[in-house]
Design a protein around this ligand. Structure first.
Ligand code: NAD
Ligand code: TYD
Length: 332
């Protein structure tokens, strides 16, 4: 058995990854360490609660004692745990620095001391900053422009330093914008789908022409597994979906699929420091033999249908009853 410590596994991508990993690799056991912030949600993993190869630990990656205790006997650490929403990082950056930077440091120290065989740091395309023309390669300079992306860049380079200085077998991935089931309804796609379902306004920042490269979360999980198997220690891998769209285009696709009126679109004040465009050159990963499997339009439509069919999952997150429900359900 290979023992994985997955951090932030109760969040959007982490929960999809744990499900993917347990299914793909029958010889893997997973400990999921998650603090259960507002974005952590055990509903995301309900189907795995009774899986004998899965264990949940409620805790903070900044808790050195707990992390060292858990790291003993672990083969692989995959670090998803982070504060992840740019808008929140503009209002309250503190938690981003603590979790995204200091938390990564605590995990890297534990990896070093316990001689972990692989450490995958889940970074982001946002560490490069905005690019108007062309696409970023792994060797390009990092120019993060929000407290979120700056904290992720700090962790990204700290992980690299642990490879160079101490020989910790670190791999760093920089993925583009994910979408899919179980994404907290504060991010563009789940927010707009659920607002449209409730006939609420869709708040479009600025002129709506900011561009993101979208990737289905299962493709991201698959790429992480691919670099785990085929990546070089110390290397960075861009993971792009190859689906660049501006926010107005995404909004139109959502409204069309749900047959809702364009009058729900509401232009609001722009995000401070709003990055205009993200774009990745993923040729390094392609040369190794990996490419995304999901076709964008079909994947977006099936994601929209998932939110239509799973109101139980998101309605309580939006109406604020979530915490009460959660404490009762999980007896916390
Ligand atoms: P998310 O906000 O949905 O989940 C984050 C998880 O981390 C939550 O379960 C939360 O409870 C947990 N967490 C937060 N602070 C913690 C702490 N101190 N200790 C333990 N657990 C803690 O985020 P996501 O969208 O699933 O993103 C996961 C990772 O992927 C992040 O590192 C993010 O930077 C990166 N990423 C995200 C995207 C994207 O499009 N969402 C793209 C590229 C990279
Ligand atoms: P978001 O999902 O927050 O991801 P990112 O980390 O890439 O910013 O936002 C995606 C894009 O959608 C980004 O250009 C900001 C925009 N956006 C809106 O226009 N309105 C919204 O309510 C949200 C949440 C995002």
């Amino acid at each position: 058995m290979q023992k994985f410590l997955v951090t932030g596994g109760a969040g959007f991508i982490g929960s999809n990854y744990i499900r993917y990993l347990l299914h793909k690799r029958p010889n893997v056991e997973v400990i999921n360490l998650d603090k259960l912030t507002y974005a952590g949600n055990l509903d995301n993993l309900r189907d795995l609660e009774k899986n004998p190869r899965y264990r949940f630990v409620h805790g903070d990656i900044c808790d050195e004692q707990l992390v060292h205790q858990l790291a003993a006997g672990i083969d692989v650490i995959v670090n998803f745990a982070a504060e992840s929403h740019v808008d929140r990082s503009i209002g309250t950056p503190d938690a981003f620095i603590r979790t995204d930077v200091f938390g990564a440091f605590v995990l890297l120290e534990a990896a070093r001391q316990h001689k972990i065989k692989k450490f995958i740091q889940i970074s982001t395309d946002e560490v490069y900053g905005s690019i108007l023309k062309g696409s970023f390669k792994e060797t390009d300079a990092l120019m993060p422009s929000s407290p979120y992306s700056a904290s992720k860049a700090g962790a990204d380079r700290l992980a690299y330093s642990y490879f160079v200085t101490y020989g910790v077998p670190v791999i760093i991935t920089r993925c583009s914008n994910n979408f899919g089931p179980y994404q907290y309804p504060e991010k563009l796609i789940p927010l707009f789908v659920t607002n449209a379902l409730e006939n609420k306004p869709l708040p479009i920042y600025g002129d709506g022409k900011n561009v993101r490269d979208w990737i289905h979360v299962e493709d991201h999980c698959d790429a992480i597994d691919f670099v785990f198997a085929h990546g070089e220690n110390g290397d960075v891998y861009n993971i792009g979906g190859g689906n660049e769209h501006n926010n107005l285009e995404i909004t139109d696709m959502i409204l069309a699929k749900l047959q809702k009126p364009r009058s729900l679109m509401t232009y609001v004040t722009d995000r401070l420091g709003h990055d205009r465009r993200y774009s990745l050159d993923s040729s390094k990963l392609a040369a190794l033999g990996w490419k995304p499997k999901h076709e964008f339009k079909a994947a977006l439509e099936s994601t929209i249908v998932w939110y239509v069919e799973n109101r139980w999952w998101w309605e309580k997150l939006k109406n604020g009853e979530y915490l009460e429900f959660y404490k009762k359900h999980y007896k916390m």
